[in-house]
Design a protein around this ligand. Structure first.
Ligand SMILES: NC(=O)c1ccc[n+]([C@@H]2O[C@H](COP(=O)([O-])OP(=O)(O)OC[C@H]3O[C@@H](n4cnc5c(N)ncnc54)[C@H](OP(=O)(O)O)[C@@H]3O)[C@@H](O)[C@H]2O)c1
Length: 350
Protein backbone atom coordinates (compact mmCIF):
# COMPACT_ATOMS: atom_id res chain seq x y z
CA UNK A 1 0.00 0.00 0.00
CA UNK A 2 1.38 3.45 -0.89
CA UNK A 3 2.27 5.88 1.87
CA UNK A 4 2.37 3.52 4.85
CA UNK A 5 4.59 1.01 6.57
CA UNK A 6 3.78 -1.46 9.28
CA UNK A 7 7.28 -1.51 10.75
CA UNK A 8 8.66 1.76 12.09
CA UNK A 9 12.43 1.56 11.74
CA UNK A 10 14.28 2.29 14.97
CA UNK A 11 17.92 2.36 15.93
CA UNK A 12 20.93 4.42 15.07
CA UNK A 13 22.41 5.84 11.92
CA UNK A 14 25.49 7.81 10.85
CA UNK A 15 26.06 11.06 9.03
CA UNK A 16 28.93 13.30 8.02
CA UNK A 17 29.29 16.61 9.87
CA UNK A 18 31.69 19.51 9.54
CA UNK A 19 34.18 19.44 12.42
CA UNK A 20 36.14 22.59 11.58
CA UNK A 21 35.81 25.11 8.77
CA UNK A 22 38.72 24.54 6.37
CA UNK A 23 40.90 27.28 4.99
CA UNK A 24 42.78 26.14 1.91
CA UNK A 25 42.56 22.51 0.90
CA UNK A 26 39.99 20.28 2.58
CA UNK A 27 41.47 17.44 4.65
CA UNK A 28 39.63 14.41 6.05
CA UNK A 29 40.10 15.71 9.62
CA UNK A 30 37.89 18.71 8.83
CA UNK A 31 34.97 16.26 8.77
CA UNK A 32 33.52 13.78 11.28
CA UNK A 33 31.31 10.75 10.83
CA UNK A 34 28.96 10.71 13.82
CA UNK A 35 26.31 8.31 15.03
CA UNK A 36 22.85 9.62 15.85
CA UNK A 37 19.40 8.30 16.63
CA UNK A 38 17.44 7.31 13.53
CA UNK A 39 15.26 10.32 12.63
CA UNK A 40 11.51 9.94 12.91
CA UNK A 41 8.94 10.54 10.21
CA UNK A 42 6.15 13.09 10.69
CA UNK A 43 2.99 13.53 8.66
CA UNK A 44 3.86 13.95 4.98
CA UNK A 45 7.45 12.77 5.54
CA UNK A 46 9.40 9.91 4.04
CA UNK A 47 12.28 8.01 5.68
CA UNK A 48 14.88 6.78 3.21
CA UNK A 49 17.94 4.60 3.61
CA UNK A 50 20.52 6.11 1.29
CA UNK A 51 22.19 3.73 -1.14
CA UNK A 52 24.32 6.12 -3.25
CA UNK A 53 25.83 9.50 -2.36
CA UNK A 54 26.96 11.94 -5.02
CA UNK A 55 30.30 13.52 -4.11
CA UNK A 56 30.19 16.94 -5.74
CA UNK A 57 32.71 19.80 -5.76
CA UNK A 58 29.95 22.24 -4.84
CA UNK A 59 29.94 20.98 -1.26
CA UNK A 60 33.40 22.55 -0.86
CA UNK A 61 31.83 25.96 -1.46
CA UNK A 62 29.51 25.41 1.50
CA UNK A 63 32.36 24.26 3.75
CA UNK A 64 33.90 27.75 3.68
CA UNK A 65 32.94 30.34 6.28
CA UNK A 66 30.98 32.31 3.67
CA UNK A 67 29.34 31.38 0.38
CA UNK A 68 28.93 33.55 -2.73
CA UNK A 69 25.79 35.70 -2.97
CA UNK A 70 22.87 33.74 -4.35
CA UNK A 71 24.32 30.38 -3.30
CA UNK A 72 23.24 28.04 -0.51
CA UNK A 73 24.37 28.99 3.03
CA UNK A 74 27.64 27.71 4.53
CA UNK A 75 27.67 24.64 6.76
CA UNK A 76 28.57 25.47 10.35
CA UNK A 77 30.81 23.29 12.57
CA UNK A 78 28.68 20.46 13.96
CA UNK A 79 26.19 20.71 11.09
CA UNK A 80 25.47 17.73 8.81
CA UNK A 81 26.54 18.04 5.18
CA UNK A 82 23.94 17.84 2.39
CA UNK A 83 24.21 16.69 -1.19
CA UNK A 84 22.50 14.75 -3.93
CA UNK A 85 21.73 11.12 -3.09
CA UNK A 86 19.58 8.13 -3.93
CA UNK A 87 17.71 6.42 -1.11
CA UNK A 88 15.21 3.57 -0.74
CA UNK A 89 12.00 4.43 1.12
CA UNK A 90 11.78 2.55 4.43
CA UNK A 91 8.81 4.40 5.89
CA UNK A 92 6.36 6.67 4.13
CA UNK A 93 3.75 9.00 5.55
CA UNK A 94 3.32 10.56 2.10
CA UNK A 95 1.01 9.15 -0.58
CA UNK A 96 3.46 10.12 -3.34
CA UNK A 97 6.09 7.65 -2.11
CA UNK A 98 5.81 3.92 -1.36
CA UNK A 99 8.06 1.71 0.76
CA UNK A 100 10.75 0.34 -1.56
CA UNK A 101 10.69 3.30 -3.98
CA UNK A 102 14.08 4.65 -5.07
CA UNK A 103 14.11 8.41 -4.44
CA UNK A 104 16.49 11.12 -5.61
CA UNK A 105 16.94 13.96 -3.11
CA UNK A 106 19.46 16.34 -1.52
CA UNK A 107 19.82 14.80 1.96
CA UNK A 108 23.00 12.90 1.23
CA UNK A 109 26.16 12.58 3.35
CA UNK A 110 24.15 10.39 5.77
CA UNK A 111 22.92 6.82 5.93
CA UNK A 112 19.27 7.70 6.56
CA UNK A 113 17.29 10.86 5.86
CA UNK A 114 13.82 12.13 6.53
CA UNK A 115 12.58 13.95 3.45
CA UNK A 116 9.99 16.59 4.10
CA UNK A 117 7.80 18.50 1.72
CA UNK A 118 10.18 21.48 2.04
CA UNK A 119 13.44 19.53 1.79
CA UNK A 120 15.98 21.96 0.37
CA UNK A 121 17.18 21.61 -3.22
CA UNK A 122 20.50 22.46 -4.78
CA UNK A 123 19.72 25.43 -7.03
CA UNK A 124 16.31 23.94 -7.85
CA UNK A 125 17.71 20.47 -8.55
CA UNK A 126 17.01 17.55 -6.24
CA UNK A 127 13.42 17.91 -5.07
CA UNK A 128 12.51 14.45 -3.75
CA UNK A 129 11.18 12.35 -6.62
CA UNK A 130 10.93 8.68 -7.48
CA UNK A 131 13.52 7.31 -9.90
CA UNK A 132 12.76 4.27 -12.07
CA UNK A 133 16.05 2.92 -13.47
CA UNK A 134 14.39 0.62 -16.08
CA UNK A 135 17.43 -1.58 -16.55
CA UNK A 136 20.24 0.96 -16.24
CA UNK A 137 22.46 1.18 -13.14
CA UNK A 138 20.57 3.22 -10.56
CA UNK A 139 23.58 5.39 -9.72
CA UNK A 140 23.54 6.78 -13.27
CA UNK A 141 20.76 9.03 -11.99
CA UNK A 142 23.42 10.85 -9.97
CA UNK A 143 25.83 10.88 -12.93
CA UNK A 144 25.18 10.84 -16.68
CA UNK A 145 21.38 10.76 -16.37
CA UNK A 146 21.35 13.07 -13.34
CA UNK A 147 22.89 16.36 -12.31
CA UNK A 148 26.25 15.78 -14.08
CA UNK A 149 24.48 14.91 -17.33
CA UNK A 150 22.10 17.84 -17.10
CA UNK A 151 24.94 20.28 -16.36
CA UNK A 152 26.92 19.04 -19.38
CA UNK A 153 23.83 19.07 -21.62
CA UNK A 154 22.82 22.56 -20.50
CA UNK A 155 26.33 23.78 -21.40
CA UNK A 156 26.67 22.10 -24.80
CA UNK A 157 23.06 22.30 -26.00
CA UNK A 158 21.19 24.83 -23.86
CA UNK A 159 23.83 27.58 -23.81
CA UNK A 160 26.60 27.03 -26.35
CA UNK A 161 24.42 25.41 -29.03
CA UNK A 162 27.55 23.62 -30.25
CA UNK A 163 27.72 23.02 -33.99
CA UNK A 164 29.90 20.76 -36.16
CA UNK A 165 31.99 23.77 -37.28
CA UNK A 166 32.87 24.73 -33.68
CA UNK A 167 36.14 24.17 -31.88
CA UNK A 168 35.19 23.57 -28.25
CA UNK A 169 37.46 23.54 -25.20
CA UNK A 170 36.25 21.59 -22.18
CA UNK A 171 38.13 22.02 -18.90
CA UNK A 172 38.23 19.30 -16.22
CA UNK A 173 37.46 17.00 -19.13
CA UNK A 174 38.30 13.78 -17.27
CA UNK A 175 35.73 14.60 -14.59
CA UNK A 176 32.03 13.85 -14.38
CA UNK A 177 30.60 17.00 -16.00
CA UNK A 178 33.56 17.72 -18.28
CA UNK A 179 33.71 14.16 -19.60
CA UNK A 180 30.05 14.24 -20.54
CA UNK A 181 30.33 17.73 -22.04
CA UNK A 182 33.26 16.57 -24.20
CA UNK A 183 31.30 13.50 -25.31
CA UNK A 184 28.21 15.56 -26.18
CA UNK A 185 30.31 18.04 -28.16
CA UNK A 186 32.08 15.17 -29.98
CA UNK A 187 28.69 13.63 -30.79
CA UNK A 188 27.85 16.89 -32.59
CA UNK A 189 30.90 16.47 -34.79
CA UNK A 190 32.75 19.47 -33.41
CA UNK A 191 36.47 19.66 -32.77
CA UNK A 192 36.90 19.01 -29.04
CA UNK A 193 39.91 19.91 -26.92
CA UNK A 194 40.03 18.55 -23.37
CA UNK A 195 42.28 19.63 -20.53
CA UNK A 196 42.95 17.87 -17.25
CA UNK A 197 45.43 17.78 -14.37
CA UNK A 198 47.74 14.83 -15.03
CA UNK A 199 49.50 12.99 -17.89
CA UNK A 200 47.41 9.89 -17.09
CA UNK A 201 44.21 11.87 -17.55
CA UNK A 202 45.51 13.32 -20.80
CA UNK A 203 46.21 9.77 -22.05
CA UNK A 204 42.69 8.82 -21.05
CA UNK A 205 41.24 11.80 -22.96
CA UNK A 206 43.27 10.88 -26.04
CA UNK A 207 41.96 7.30 -25.79
CA UNK A 208 38.43 8.74 -26.01
CA UNK A 209 39.27 10.20 -29.40
CA UNK A 210 39.21 13.92 -28.50
CA UNK A 211 40.83 16.09 -31.16
CA UNK A 212 43.48 17.26 -28.67
CA UNK A 213 44.18 17.02 -24.95
CA UNK A 214 46.67 18.68 -22.63
CA UNK A 215 47.73 18.82 -18.98
CA UNK A 216 47.19 22.33 -17.65
CA UNK A 217 50.24 21.94 -15.37
CA UNK A 218 52.48 21.41 -18.40
CA UNK A 219 53.93 24.93 -18.79
CA UNK A 220 51.85 28.02 -19.49
CA UNK A 221 48.20 27.15 -19.84
CA UNK A 222 47.69 29.78 -22.51
CA UNK A 223 50.51 28.23 -24.59
CA UNK A 224 49.14 24.70 -24.23
CA UNK A 225 45.74 25.90 -25.38
CA UNK A 226 47.28 27.72 -28.31
CA UNK A 227 49.21 24.54 -29.29
CA UNK A 228 45.99 22.52 -29.12
CA UNK A 229 43.91 25.10 -31.01
CA UNK A 230 46.26 27.24 -33.15
CA UNK A 231 43.32 28.95 -34.85
CA UNK A 232 41.51 29.68 -31.61
CA UNK A 233 38.30 28.30 -30.13
CA UNK A 234 34.61 29.08 -30.59
CA UNK A 235 33.22 27.80 -27.31
CA UNK A 236 34.46 27.01 -23.82
CA UNK A 237 32.92 24.92 -21.02
CA UNK A 238 34.31 26.41 -17.82
CA UNK A 239 34.45 24.05 -14.85
CA UNK A 240 37.57 25.71 -13.42
CA UNK A 241 37.63 29.54 -13.60
CA UNK A 242 40.80 31.52 -12.80
CA UNK A 243 43.69 31.07 -15.27
CA UNK A 244 41.56 28.73 -17.39
CA UNK A 245 38.96 31.43 -17.92
CA UNK A 246 41.61 34.03 -18.76
CA UNK A 247 43.15 31.66 -21.33
CA UNK A 248 39.74 30.95 -22.86
CA UNK A 249 38.95 34.65 -23.29
CA UNK A 250 42.27 35.10 -25.08
CA UNK A 251 41.72 32.09 -27.34
CA UNK A 252 38.09 32.74 -28.26
CA UNK A 253 37.39 33.90 -31.81
CA UNK A 254 34.87 36.60 -32.70
CA UNK A 255 31.38 35.74 -31.40
CA UNK A 256 32.89 33.13 -29.07
CA UNK A 257 30.86 31.93 -26.12
CA UNK A 258 31.46 30.55 -22.67
CA UNK A 259 29.23 28.38 -20.48
CA UNK A 260 30.41 28.60 -16.87
CA UNK A 261 29.19 25.84 -14.58
CA UNK A 262 31.82 26.05 -11.85
CA UNK A 263 35.15 27.41 -10.64
CA UNK A 264 37.15 24.48 -9.28
CA UNK A 265 40.33 26.54 -9.03
CA UNK A 266 38.69 29.00 -6.62
CA UNK A 267 36.87 26.72 -4.17
CA UNK A 268 39.83 26.26 -1.81
CA UNK A 269 41.46 29.64 -2.12
CA UNK A 270 38.60 32.02 -2.85
CA UNK A 271 38.13 34.30 -5.86
CA UNK A 272 41.21 35.76 -7.56
CA UNK A 273 39.46 38.87 -8.89
CA UNK A 274 38.43 39.81 -12.39
CA UNK A 275 40.43 38.67 -15.43
CA UNK A 276 42.47 41.51 -16.89
CA UNK A 277 41.42 40.70 -20.46
CA UNK A 278 37.68 41.39 -20.10
CA UNK A 279 37.72 44.04 -22.85
CA UNK A 280 37.88 41.17 -25.32
CA UNK A 281 34.18 40.61 -24.58
CA UNK A 282 33.69 43.92 -26.35
CA UNK A 283 36.35 43.67 -29.05
CA UNK A 284 35.43 40.09 -30.05
CA UNK A 285 31.71 40.24 -29.30
CA UNK A 286 32.00 37.41 -26.75
CA UNK A 287 29.29 36.13 -24.45
CA UNK A 288 29.38 34.18 -21.20
CA UNK A 289 26.59 32.59 -19.22
CA UNK A 290 26.89 31.10 -15.75
CA UNK A 291 24.20 28.62 -14.82
CA UNK A 292 22.97 25.97 -12.44
CA UNK A 293 21.64 22.64 -13.72
CA UNK A 294 18.40 23.35 -11.87
CA UNK A 295 17.65 26.16 -14.34
CA UNK A 296 17.60 23.64 -17.19
CA UNK A 297 15.23 21.02 -15.81
CA UNK A 298 13.12 21.52 -18.95
CA UNK A 299 15.95 19.84 -20.91
CA UNK A 300 16.17 16.81 -18.63
CA UNK A 301 13.95 14.56 -20.79
CA UNK A 302 15.87 15.16 -24.00
CA UNK A 303 19.17 14.94 -22.13
CA UNK A 304 18.26 11.49 -20.76
CA UNK A 305 17.15 10.29 -24.20
CA UNK A 306 20.37 11.42 -25.91
CA UNK A 307 22.79 10.41 -23.15
CA UNK A 308 21.14 6.98 -22.71
CA UNK A 309 21.45 6.36 -26.44
CA UNK A 310 25.12 7.45 -26.42
CA UNK A 311 25.82 5.21 -23.43
CA UNK A 312 24.10 2.23 -25.04
CA UNK A 313 25.99 2.71 -28.31
CA UNK A 314 29.31 2.99 -26.46
CA UNK A 315 29.92 6.54 -27.73
CA UNK A 316 30.15 7.76 -24.13
CA UNK A 317 32.85 5.97 -22.15
CA UNK A 318 31.48 6.85 -18.76
CA UNK A 319 33.63 6.10 -15.70
CA UNK A 320 32.89 6.06 -11.97
CA UNK A 321 35.20 6.57 -8.98
CA UNK A 322 33.43 4.62 -6.25
CA UNK A 323 34.07 4.46 -2.48
CA UNK A 324 32.25 2.20 -0.03
CA UNK A 325 30.57 3.04 3.25
CA UNK A 326 29.72 6.25 5.06
CA UNK A 327 33.17 6.20 6.72
CA UNK A 328 34.80 6.71 3.32
CA UNK A 329 33.05 10.02 2.61
CA UNK A 330 35.79 12.35 3.94
CA UNK A 331 38.43 10.51 1.87
CA UNK A 332 36.18 10.41 -1.20
CA UNK A 333 35.55 14.15 -1.04
CA UNK A 334 39.19 15.08 -0.46
CA UNK A 335 40.33 12.70 -3.21
CA UNK A 336 37.91 14.18 -5.76
CA UNK A 337 38.80 17.77 -4.87
CA UNK A 338 42.49 16.85 -5.24
CA UNK A 339 41.81 15.56 -8.75
CA UNK A 340 42.43 11.86 -8.11
CA UNK A 341 39.14 10.88 -9.74
CA UNK A 342 38.38 10.01 -13.32
CA UNK A 343 34.65 10.31 -13.95
CA UNK A 344 31.87 10.58 -11.41
CA UNK A 345 32.76 10.30 -7.71
CA UNK A 346 30.26 8.27 -5.67
CA UNK A 347 29.94 6.60 -2.28
CA UNK A 348 27.98 3.35 -2.22
CA UNK A 349 26.15 2.60 1.00
CA UNK A 350 24.19 -0.52 0.12
N1 LIG B 1 26.33 24.51 -12.31
C1 LIG B 1 25.91 23.32 -11.89
O1 LIG B 1 24.70 23.08 -11.74
C2 LIG B 1 26.91 22.27 -11.60
C3 LIG B 1 26.51 20.94 -11.34
C4 LIG B 1 27.53 19.98 -11.13
C5 LIG B 1 28.87 20.38 -11.16
N2 LIG B 1 29.18 21.68 -11.41
C6 LIG B 1 30.57 22.14 -11.49
O2 LIG B 1 31.20 21.44 -12.52
C7 LIG B 1 32.59 21.31 -12.22
C8 LIG B 1 32.98 19.84 -12.31
O3 LIG B 1 32.21 19.11 -11.35
P1 LIG B 1 32.26 17.52 -11.37
O4 LIG B 1 31.22 17.04 -10.43
O5 LIG B 1 32.26 17.05 -12.76
O6 LIG B 1 33.69 17.23 -10.71
P2 LIG B 1 34.91 16.47 -11.40
O7 LIG B 1 35.33 17.25 -12.58
O8 LIG B 1 34.55 15.04 -11.59
O9 LIG B 1 36.00 16.54 -10.24
C9 LIG B 1 36.59 17.74 -9.92
C10 LIG B 1 37.87 17.96 -10.75
O10 LIG B 1 38.28 19.30 -10.62
C11 LIG B 1 39.63 19.36 -10.97
N3 LIG B 1 40.32 20.32 -10.12
C12 LIG B 1 40.49 20.29 -8.79
N4 LIG B 1 41.18 21.38 -8.38
C13 LIG B 1 41.47 22.09 -9.49
C14 LIG B 1 42.17 23.30 -9.73
N5 LIG B 1 42.73 24.00 -8.73
N6 LIG B 1 42.28 23.72 -10.99
C15 LIG B 1 41.73 23.01 -12.00
N7 LIG B 1 41.04 21.87 -11.83
C16 LIG B 1 40.92 21.41 -10.59
C17 LIG B 1 40.22 17.96 -10.80
O11 LIG B 1 40.57 17.48 -12.08
P3 LIG B 1 42.01 17.74 -12.71
O12 LIG B 1 42.87 16.59 -12.30
O13 LIG B 1 41.74 17.78 -14.16
O14 LIG B 1 42.53 19.02 -12.15
C18 LIG B 1 39.05 17.16 -10.27
O15 LIG B 1 39.05 15.86 -10.79
C19 LIG B 1 32.78 21.93 -10.83
O16 LIG B 1 33.20 23.26 -11.00
C20 LIG B 1 31.39 21.89 -10.24
O17 LIG B 1 31.20 22.86 -9.24
C21 LIG B 1 28.22 22.62 -11.63
Amino acid sequence: MRGTTTVRPTGRTRRVVLRTTPTGSLRPHHLDVVETVLPTCGAGDVLVRNVWLSIDPSVRIRLSAETPKGYLPPFRPGQGLEGLALGVVEQSENPLFAVGDLVEHTQGYREHAVLTADTSTIGGYGSPRVVRPDGVPEQWFLGPLGSSGLTAYAAIVGILDVQRSDTVWVSSAAGAVGGLAAALASARGSTVIGSAGSPEKVEYLRSLGLSAAFDYHDGRLIDRLSDAAPGGIDAYVDCVGGEHLIAAIDALRTNGRIAMCGQMSQYDEGAIGLPGNLFQFVSKNLSMRGFRAGSFLHLEGEMRAEVSALLRSGRIHYREWVFDGIGSVPTALVSMLAGENVGKTLVRLS
